[in-house]
Design a protein around this ligand. Structure first.
Ligand code: 3PG
Length: 307
């Protein structure tokens, strides 16, 4: 089988070697398409691929139609909003993710952004400490759980909101206080760290109402997805509340407006970097390769995300 690693944002070379080893040891062939830059190149490359390993690369109906042999797509990472699941099911393609494999990397970046905001973006002025502050974790999945583990070392008080019973159980196991509603979370947390996926229910769900509930001097950290923020709402609250800060790993669509309304209170990484570590690339990339190998060998569909 030909397994194409199609990553516009490449994995660390050491991770690619690990993926190659897994694939070749199982008798398959690896093809590598990195930094391809445009869709036409991707469309050509998928023409004879039986499997794809991707990151945030958009795999839509057009890509699937151009890949008649394609049987499985593994998103090396957590969020799979970049894959058209309906189209995949219609084409008989299995889609998987690799949950948890890059969670520590994203959590470490969330903490780094928190420190940066608390220290006024390292502008030389006197900032604040995280110790003793209340951290609100918005969604207690793999990343949220890692954030809680690290934040405990900072001496923060940790609370979280999640609708899923298994996540609430995990909070209890971890000594994290569950709160009943997102209103409660935002109105009582000095720092809120967002870890919700982008779904039809969550897109633009964090806006004027929730952000406006944040206490004085609060920090909002987004290492999840740009789409979950209602940017008009964010801009109007940042404008009205010069005490609030927004730090993000996903550059907002209306960045110029945010910069204008919140100078010194806003920061975005130049490129989504949460999972951009050698360790996360190795973990997620090798997990993806193994999932493909066992899928072709045993038909194993663990971590399948499309119906
Ligand atoms: C994820 O959903 O796993 C993260 O957002 C990482 O995405 P990336 O692989 O594009 O860096």
């Amino acid at each position: 089988m030909k397994i194409l690693v199609a990553t516009d944002k490449p994995f660390a070379p050491v991770a690619v070697e690990g993926i190659r080893n897994e694939i070749e040891a199982a008798g398959h062939q690896l093809a590598l398409l990195e930094k391809y830059g445009n869709k036409e190149t991707l469309l050509k490359a998928v023409a004879d691929a039986d499997a794809l390993i991707i990151r945030s690369d958009v795999i839509d109906e057009e890509v699937m139609a151009a890949a008649p042999r394609l049987r499985i797509v593994v998103r090396a990472g957590a969020g799979y909003d970049n894959v058209d699941l309906k189209a995949a099911t219609a084409h008989g393609i299995c889609v998987m993710n690799t949950p948890g494999q890059n969670a520590n990397a994203v959590a470490e970046l969330a903490m780094g952004l928190m420190v940066m905001a608390a220290r006024n973006m390292y502008d030389g002025t006197s900032g604040t400490e995280l110790r003793g502050k209340t951290l609100g974790i918005h969604a207690y999945g793999n990343v949220g759980r890692n954030v809680a583990r690290i934040a405990r070392g900072f001496g923060m008080k940790i609370q979280a909101y999640d609708a899923f019973p298994a996540a609430i159980e995990a909070m209890k196991q971890d000594g994290v206080t569950p709160v009943a509603t997102t209103d409660d979370l935002y109105s009582t947390s000095n720092v809120v760290s967002i870890h919700i996926p982008a779904t039809p229910e969550t897109v633009r769900s964090i806006g004027q109402h929730l952000i406006g509930l944040l206490p004085k001097g609060a920090i909002l950290v987004n290492t999840a997805r740009r789409e979950v923020i209602d940017e008009d709402g964010l801009i109007s609250v940042l404008d009205a509340r010069p005490d609030l800060k927004y730090v993000t790993d996903i550059r907002p669509a209306q960045e110029a407006d945010i910069q204008a309304k919140a100078p010194g209170r806003y920061f975005a990484t130049p490129k989504k970097m949460g999972a951009q570590t050698a360790e996360a690339n190795i973990n997620a990339g090798i997990a993806a390769a193994r999932q493909i190998v066992t899928y072709f060998r045993d038909g194993c569909e663990r971590f399948r995300v499309n119906p």
